[in-house]
Design a protein around this ligand. Structure first.
Ligand code: NAD
Length: 430
């Protein structure tokens, strides 16, 4: 029987690891060659990035064109295995350009570190005690990262909440940290760990968790774009009809979590692709985005909004947590990520986050437009088919049945309508 409890796998040489997986998976040598091909990375590099390394998993890298954000043009690298995403983003960015592209802003790179304190009989008293030590807490935290402080970041504030839980009240301290151009998880976690024993000492409680929160509500990126209605028209639909279709699609998503999960997934198609291409932590961005979609209004809602302005043009906005960095993590070591950041030409983590927000908005627009127009077209098609059926002489009774066949066969034509009607009548007389 095959066994996965391989002892000391991490200590084995690359050759030994390949041998093990080859035997276990009964792989061909060509498959091992595929796995061990590390592309732009040297094997030693990937071997240092994670554990038990055997190779690399290449993902296609595409470039989205047409992006204009705050008047500046960007070529946006996107790493994604799903077809149509890069084309859709480029197409949406082209349409947004007509009205000046994307306008973005952000809150600044503030992350929250959480320290969980339990076992205090007077949680509200403990809260006030902790807050009284604010300056000391900030000094202890900042001692851990002089580099971050030097570049203008560091721990800036302390907040304390009393949380009612199934295990009784907990005192949760938030360390408010300006992470500048770092995503900040390592920096914040280190600070939270340094502060924790002091909280125990001051309150008599016991600390368990000390870790960053991915619900980065103080690190939001925002984007807005106007899509001129005449640009949205399709072969079959006017710009006004497309605007209405998109507004209906958005209203559906914002009202229904079943639809909204897929709606927000479409946004993340664009967001994750740029996050991955720049070597950032896409799980952090994913969890932050969906948690924010649920947190901001007490139910799972759209990360975007869509409205019609006084001209009848479509106005889209997006707001989501954007904990991305330009230093730290893989961003600074992955050669492809580094080249992609240079191509983007972003000068700060905040600028990167805002470009990503614009891509998310573009991706959502493209998906809604495709869905709304195809849906509307299908609706139009059945209406059209009924007209055709009637025009070849189908009675009230026969119209729907003839139209149904025409739509199904995608042959909404007079000649076919005549044939279908004749077949229907022949069946009846038989
Ligand atoms: P890091 O610790 O590698 O680098 C950040 C450090 O770089 C800062 O602490 C600072 O000392 C230094 N620095 C130099 N110039 C800077 C500048 N201009 N701005 C900011 N800092 C500067 O990385 P990190 O960003 O603290 O952590 C990111 C990594 O943590 C990612 O790989 C992520 O996957 C991982 N991580 C994530 C989570 C989570 O999201 N829950 C948890 C643990 C680890």
């Amino acid at each position: 029987m095959k066994r996965s409890d391989v002892s000391g796998f991490y200590k084995k040489s690359a050759d030994e690891r390949w041998q093990i997986i080859r035997e276990f998976g009964e792989l061909e040598s060509s498959e091992i060659d595929t796995i061990r091909n590390t592309g732009a990375l040297r094997f030693e590099q990937v071997d240092h990035m994670i554990e038990n390394v055997v190779g690399a998993m290449p993902i296609p890298l595409g470039i989205a064109v047409n992006f204009q954000v705050n008047g500046k043009d960007y070529l946006v690298p996107m790493a994604i295995e799903e077809p149509s995403v890069v084309a859709a983003a480029s197409n949406a960015a082209r349409m947004a350009r007509e009205r000046g592209g994307f306008t973005t802003s952000g809150t600044g790179p503030i992350m929250l570190g959480q320290i969980q304190l339990v076992g205090v009989s007077d949680p509200n008293g403990a809260r006030i005690t902790i807050l009284a030590h604010r300056d000391e807490i900030l000094a202890i935290a900042n001692e851990k990262d002089p580099m971050l402080v030097k570049v203008g970041g560091g721990a800036k504030d302390v907040e304390v909440r009393v949380l009612e839980t199934r295990r009784g009240p907990m005192v949760v301290t938030h360390l408010v940290v300006d992470c500048r151009d770092a995503m900040g998880a390592n920096a914040v976690n280190t600070m939270a760990e340094a502060v924790a024993p002091h909280l125990e000492k001051w309150t008599g409680g016991r600390v368990y968790l000390r870790i960053i929160s991915n619900l980065a509500v103080r690190r939001l990126a925002r984007a807005r774009a106007v899509f001129a209605r005449e640009v949205l028209k399709t072969d079959d639909l006017s710009g006004e009809e497309v605007v209405e279709g998109i507004l209906e699609a958005y209203a559906f998503a914002d009202a229904d979590p079943f639809r909204c999960a897929t709606h927000n997934k479409g946004i993340m198609n664009g967001v994750d692709a740029v996050v991955l291409a720049t070597g950032n932590d896409w799980r952090a961005i994913e969890s932050g985005a969906h948690a924010y979609a649920a947190w901001k209004s007490g139910g799972y809602r759209s990360l975007t909004t869509w409205e019609k302005d006084a001209n009848g043009d479509l106005v889209g906005t997006i707001e989501l947590p954007m904990a991305v960095g330009l230093v730290g993590g893989a961003t600074a070591v992955h050669p492809t990520a580094k080249a992609n950041v240079r191509l983007l030409g972003v000068k700060s983590a905040q600028e990167l986050g805002e470009v990503i927000a614009a891509v998310g908005l573009a991706q959502n627009f493209a998906a809604l437009r495709a869905l709304a127009t195809e849906g509307i077209q299908r609706g139009h098609m059945s209406l059209h088919a009924r007209n055709i059926a009637a025009s070849v002489g189908a009675t009230e009774e026969e119209v729907d049945r003839v139209a149904e066949v025409l739509v199904k066969e995608r042959k909404v034509r007079m000649d076919r309508a005549k044939e279908v009607l004749a077949e229907l009548r022949a069946k009846k007389t038989r």
